[in-house]
Design a protein around this ligand. Structure first.
Ligand SMILES: *Cc1c(COP(=O)(O)O)cnc(C)c1O
Length: 415
């Protein structure tokens, strides 16, 4: 059955026909028959180079043999125990070993769950009520972070979704990215802030990169006001290198959240931090957090295999950095918009110069992006279908794939 027919059926069964909103490509999304390495094969018979990669988790590409083998080995031993397994110690040691700021960790089932718990933990630890997030920052789909960007640094949040209580998001304040003064001003006038949560690199509208001293300033300001710093490394963790943004920029969080890559492509999330903070999590402490599928053995096995592979092949990061540089050179020649990249994450913004925050990102020409996106798909390259999502490369992308992407960028940007 073709994608158009499948989508007609899906629309009667699932709201918008999809299981997550960004997948609702117009007029209908393509359905995937199978995926291997850097390629997706659709039910319509198209073969696409994938630069979406499940929105980030698949840094080793689809169906990576090592990860697949680890999953297979685990399946032979069962896939849910309801009791601890040695696997969680293994992955916990890997992640804490790679992140100097993280002494202890709790595994959950998604990035959303991780940030939800991290915020609760920050409130439990500090005894304070408010949180600050960055305008346009994405931390999953739970109430406290579904907040529309306000008009100024100190505005109260308003709900970004029906069904979210205004009373609740009144405790979520927002500041623009790359604006340490706005953060300091807000903190100087509010002594009830538990935490500042941010994506160190804005990945869900970007990548939008931090100015040179931004993260160091953020660390200094939050420490000065006794506010916990939550780094949301769900995208950046193991994407910008081993140790994520924490190590790349040398900024130590009080709490960090993870997901995506650490599960090797299977569902996972985690939050971790300083042990005096993490010791407050139940059952060690009074901040409640629990989950049937937390520490799922198959996700842990896949995650450990993926992270071990990255440790054994650090050259992947350098190769992919070279690859996005090469694509960027082609994009620059096209002479419009701005190409932004960091390591294996990249994006062409239909705005020049490159945006530094959410308000600037919103100035992008989304219609031009839509035409570009469609042309790229016709050229056999699948980019995330939004001006506001990051493109990724994986270790499975071959030199030929990278040439194809660069060529397509050239012809589609010039079009
Ligand atoms: C994807 C993402 C999340 C949410 O993770 P899910 O596993 O989709 O719940 C949270 N924070 C950031 C920065 C993300 O990119």
């Amino acid at each position: 059955m073709k994608s158009s027919d499948l989508f007609s059926r899906a629309k009667t069964l699932m709201p918008g026909g999809v299981s997550s909103p960004v997948r609702a490509i117009k007029p209908y999304p393509f359905y995937v028959e199978r995926a291997a390495g850097s390629h997706l094969t659709t039910v319509d018979g198209a073969d696409l180079v994938d630069c979406c990669l499940g929105y980030g988790p698949l840094i080793l590409g689809h169906a990576h043999p090592g990860v697949r083998e680890a999953i297979g080995r685990q399946l032979d031993k069962g896939w849910l125990y309801g009791t601890p397994s040695p696997l969680e110690i293994d992955l916990a040691e890997l992640i804490t070993g790679d992140h100097p700021g993280i002494d202890m960790i709790r595994f959950v089932s998604s990035g959303s769950e991780a940030t939800m718990a991290a915020i609760r933990l920050a409130r439990g630890y500090t005894g304070k009520q408010d949180i600050i997030k960055v305008e346009g920052g994405f931390h999953g789909a739970h109430d406290a972070v579904l907040v529309k960007a306000g008009s100024g640094a100190t505005t109260l949040g308003v709900p970004d979704s029906a069904g979210v209580l205004a009373d609740l998001v009144a405790h979520t304040r927002q500041v623009p990215y790359n604006d340490p003064e706005a953060l300091e001003t807000l903190l100087a006038g509010n002594d009830d802030v538990a935490a500042f949560i941010l994506e160190p690199i804005m990945g869900n509208i970007g990548p939008v990169l931090p100015d040179d001293d931004y993260l160091a300033d953020v660390r200094e300001i939050t420490a000065a006001y006794d506010v916990l710093l939550i780094l949301d490394e769900v995208i950046t963790g193991y994407r910008v290198g081993i140790g994520g943004a924490e190590v790349l920029y040398g900024v130590k969080p009080d709490i960090a959240t993870f997901g995506k890559i650490i599960g090797g492509g299977l569902p996972i999330g985690a939050f971790g931090g300083r042990s005096d903070i993490m010791e407050l999590v139940a059952p060690a402490g009074p901040v409640y957090q629990a989950g049937t599928f937390s520490g799922n053995p198959v996700s842990l096995a896949a995650g450990s295999a993926a992270l071990r592979y990255l440790h054994e092949h650090p050259e992947i990061y350098r190769r992919l950095d070279d690859a996005t540089r090469a694509i960027g050179e082609v994009a620059a020649d096209a002479g419009r918009g701005s190409f932004v990249r960091i390591g294996s994450a990249f994006k062409h913004f239909f705005r020049d110069p490159a945006p530094r925050n959410y308000r600037e990102v919103k100035e992008c020409d989304t219609e031009a992006f839509g035409r570009f996106w469609k042309a790229m798909l016709d050229a056999g390259v699948f980019l995330p279908p939004s001006q506001f999502e990051t493109n990724f490369l994986s270790a499975a992308h071959t030199e030929r794939d990278i040439e194809q992407i660069a060529d397509a960028y050239g012809s589609c940007l010039f079009a």
